[in-house]
Design a protein around this ligand. Structure first.
Ligand code: HEM
Length: 513
């Protein structure tokens, strides 16, 4: 039939030039659309209320396939779970997509920071910030990860001695906050030990960002609501405290940079303050700019919640799979013993790295990536218009039953130890732990080492089990996947075998106990 229409169109074009034939021609032209239509699922917001929203999206994916439209009344989203289409959006034609809704939701906290920024501004800031995460910086950070995890170990030792259960999700959140504060702007939150006003303020701001990511109606945009809502007042006060603190830190750091005599170069690092902020100021970044503060806030949030979630779900998975835990502890005993990990150890802790790779497959953080089309495009065989809101479901890519054998099983062995570290490129975009294309995570190596160090040091010193009577572990979501009621575990000190580490390299600090 489309062929028929085309023929009739061609006839009209050549034979008829009058007013009515031209009108008919126009009408027909609009209707000669033989392009395939994207399968459409209609949803009710209610069905998405009760559980983490990426779970119903998985069920719909099994029915509708790698790309479908999800319509709620007048609003619709494209849900992409196909690796080739994901690659097209994230990499091959990435210029045609922006961060869309994400930038709108996060504007209050990240402004035009690196995650929400688009276009030329994003390009400039990415070029400025990426060099700060150089190899020497990452090596320096491995020491910081060890010291911070050691403080967590002390807390767990006390809990183990008293026979107290511990809620690991909040402890991991504090561990990664302490790490990222020091790593990004040389600030000691010490949130594992004290609950200062600034720590509380950071949590109020983070919670608000999470709430906004899942709110069905943007109440924060309603003018009167803005002024009378007690919650928003609290959020604004917290935001002011965090911003003022950042301004102070920028000023302190600027003074340090002005006084130092170090020459700026590619792998520049100040030993007293190796932070990203110090690198940026030394490289000549504008201190007074709101942009710098937006970027620092972005790095804080990007590096905090994600790593905390990875550690939480890794320990949940390990508690459920004792054989993996035993193998992991064997590796750590032989490679590391009681030393603080070094860069050399990162290459040797192969199974530990596979555990993190596999945890990120089962619990990707964030579970969906958000984009908006800036122009018309073709996704697979489907033409799409500009202004489409798109969710790339990393959860679906990572759980696809035809791509992964025993897709729901926690099986680090699926990644051979002598094979390459799995990433989006060598897995053809069916595995996207850190995204892909030009907007790929800039902290992927930092985060992987942070998680490897924390997991290795913790499993060397303790055995972890789900606590008796602990609430069952269910998922809920904001930007990352959280548990609904915490990860309550019982922790016991391990009687650990003497280290037969062949790598007792002399510069590594022994853990004081
Ligand atoms: C972007 C994951 C840790 C900084 C991303 C993206 C993912 C991701 C999936 C891509 C987002 C998108 O395409 O929409 C993770 C995970 C982490 C982690 C799973 C921990 C395990 C970190 C850390 C930092 C960081 C520690 C900072 C030191 C960023 C930034 C971007 C980003 C700045 C935006 C890059 C851009 O748009 O140019 N991350 N990340 N991330 N991540 Fe991470």
């Amino acid at each position: 039939e489309p062929k028929e229409k085309e023929k009739r169109l061609a006839e009209l074009q050549t034979k008829n030039t009058g007013f009515w034939p031209r009108k008919i021609f126009k009408w027909l032209e609009g209707n000669v659309d033989d392009s395939p239509r994207i399968p459409e699922a209609r949803g009710s917001i209610e069905s998405f209320r009760n559980e983490a929203f990426f779970i119903p999206l998985y069920q719909l994916y099994l029915t509708f396939g790698g790309i479908f439209r999800l319509t709620f009344g007048p609003k619709s989203f494209l849900i992409v779970s196909d690796p080739t289409i994901a690659k097209h959006i994230l990499k091959d034609n990435s210029k045609a997509y922006s961060k869309g809704i994400l930038a709108e939701i996060l504007d209050f906290v990240m402004g035009k920071g690196l995650i929400p920024a688009d276009g030329e501004l994003w390009r400039i800031r990415r070029r400025t910030i990426v060099p700060a995460v150089h190899l020497k910086y990452v090596v320096e950070m491995i020491g910081l990860f060890g010291r911070a995890t050691d403080r967590l170990c002390k807390k767990l030792e006390a809990a183990a001695a008293n026979g107290e259960d511990v809620e690991m999700e909040s402890l991991f959140s504090r561990l990664t906050l302490d790490i990222i504060g020091k790593a990004v702007f040389n600030y000691e939150f010490d949130s594992l030990n004290i609950d200062t006003g600034i720590v509380k303020a950071v949590y109020i701001v983070l919670r608000e960002a999470e709430d906004r990511s899942v709110a069905p109606i943007p109440v924060w945009e309603i003018p009167i609501w803005k002024d009378i809502s007690p919650k928003l007042k609290k959020v604004n006060a917290a935001l002011k405290l965090v911003n003022d603190t950042l301004d102070d830190l920028i000023a302190i750091c600027k003074r340090m940079v002005d006084e130092e005599e170090l020459q700026f170069h590619e792998e520049y690092i100040n030993e007293q303050d190796p932070s990203i902020l110090h690198f940026l100021l030394a490289s000549g970044d504008d201190v007074s700019s709101k942009q710098l503060r937006d970027d620092l806030m972005t790095l804080l949030i990007a590096g905090h919640e994600t790593s905390a979630a990875v550690l939480t779900w890794t320990f949940y998975l390990l508690a459920k799979e004792p054989s993996v835990m035993a193998k992991l502890q064997d590796e750590v005993d032989s490679v590391l013993g009681d030393r603080f990990p070094t860069m050399e150890d990162m290459k040797k802790l192969k199974y530990t790295t596979r555990v993190i790779n596999e945890s990120l497959r089962l619990y990707p953080q964030p579970p969906v990536l958000i984009r908006r089309s800036l122009e018309d495009d073709l996704l697979g065989k489907y033409p799409i218009k500009r202004d489409e809101d798109i969710f790339i479901s990393v959860w679906n890519l990572h759980h696809c039953p035809s791509r992964w054998e025993d897709a729901d099983k926690f099986n680090p062995e699926r990644w051979p130890l002598d094979g390459p570290n799995p990433n989006e490129t060598n897995q053809n975009f069916s595995y996207l732990p850190f995204g892909g294309g030009p907007r790929k995570c800039i902290g992927d190596q930092f985060a992987t080492f942070e998680n490897v160090v924390a997991v290795a040091m913790l499993v060397r010193r303790f055995n972890f089990q789900m606590a008796l009577g602990a609430p069952s572990v269910e998922m809920t979501t904001g930007a990352t996947i959280h548990t609904t009621e915490g990860l309550v575990m019982s922790v016991t000190c391990r009687t650990r075998p003497a280290s037969n580490s062949i790598n007792s390299d002399s510069e590594a600090t022994p853990v004081s106990r």
